[in-house]
Design a binder for this molecule. Structure first.
Ligand SMILES: [Ca+2]
Length: 326
């Protein structure tokens, strides 16, 4: 009869069978997770501090397309990753303060960054005026902009692009943080410059009379090239990620002074950003009149944010996150 002992036994056996199958299935899933964890642990433990740079997410299918953000080809995608910020103690000419102390930094957000320093053409298009000193070519980097004007440029560009519908509302343009700038500059390297440990006359727009070797320091070369002015963006070879003029030409305003304030107030080096408790702001990459030692990847200049100088410009990032004006 239906629901009799045989029927109940059959139902019980079916349920037991189902439970056993689920247990086996779960064990297989657990084994897969353990295997993945082991692989991840292997990857982490086989990266020495010296090679921790460039632990980037290589998956190209996570990169938002330039077309979806209204970008042209002058933008480079920088993947999230972990890198060592700063310079080793043996690197000659490094700052005597803690500003170049080695710190492992993780950036969890990928972002787009300008392939070039912001040009005068781009600045005039958004701001309607050109404050620059060297003005005969609109492909020269904009200069004589102060920190606040650089921030204003980013805000206006964001508003324009949002209003046009080209840029999704959750994305915005801003200055790179100190850490983002150095991560992009190094492009996976840990040497004094993105192209190695030596900077010779003509390799970048700097004072080529004072070349540099990380093991020696400044090397005087009175026949070296010193232009004493800006050059059109992209006049020298790019780094491995395709970014130009990260060493020299104009020094570039960044948002914060990470290593002089964030480091002191927090042990967190994930997406580090400084505060505005310090009035002065950081500039990175060094300008055209600097010695080689002053345009190293880890070198940091600073200035009052109201300073206007014909050697100070900036570069812009586009990122899907918000950083409050704290
Ligand atoms: Ca520069």
């Amino acid at each position: 009869m239906p629901g009799g002992l045989n029927g109940q036994s059959s139902m019980i056996y079916s349920q037991i069978h189902l439970i056993i199958r689920r247990v086996i299935s779960n064990m297989a899933a657990i084994r897969r997770r353990v295997a993945l964890c082991a692989i991840g642990l292997f990857i982490l433990t086989t990266n020495s501090p010296a090679t921790v740079t460039n632990q980037v997410a290589n998956s190209t299918n996570q990169i938002p397309s330039k077309a979806s953000l209204g970008l042209d080809d002058n933008w480079i995608w920088i993947p999230p990753g972990t890198f060592v910020m700063g310079s080793p103690p043996g690197e000659k000419g490094r700052s005597g303060s803690f500003t170049e102390e080695l710190i492992t930094v993780t950036l969890t957000q990928g972002f787009y960054i300008g392939k070039y320093e912001l040009t005068q053409r781009e600045y005039v298009t958004v701001m309607g005026s050109n404050p620059s000193f060297f003005t005969e070519n609109l492909n020269l980097p904009v200069e004589r902009v102060n920190f606040f004007e650089a921030v204003e440029y980013c805000s206006r560009l964001t508003a324009t692009e949002h209003n046009s519908g080209r840029l999704p509302k959750e994305w915005r343009y801003r200055l790179p943080t100190d850490a983002e700038w150095e991560y992009a500059c190094r492009a996976g390297t840990s040497t004094a410059f993105h192209f190695g440990n030596q900077l010779r006359s003509g390799m970048a727009n700097f004072d080529g009379r004072y070349e540099y070797d990380a093991a020696i320091g400044t090397i005087t070369n009175l026949n070296g090239i010193f232009l004493d002015r800006t050059t059109p963006v992209g006049s020298y070879p790019p780094n491995a990620w395709g970014l130009y003029d990260m060493h020299g030409n104009v020094a570039e305003w960044v948002w914060d002074r990470f290593r002089t304030d964030q480091r002191l107030r927090s042990n967190s080096h994930t997406n580090p950003i400084g505060t505005n408790t310090h009035i002065v702001r950081s500039k990175r990459g060094g300008p055209f009149h600097s010695y080689g030692a002053e345009v190293r990847s880890s070198a940091m200049g600073d200035a009052n944010p109201t300073q206007r100088a014909n050697y100070s410009g900036f570069r812009v990032v586009l990122i899907k996150e918000s950083i409050s004006n704290k």
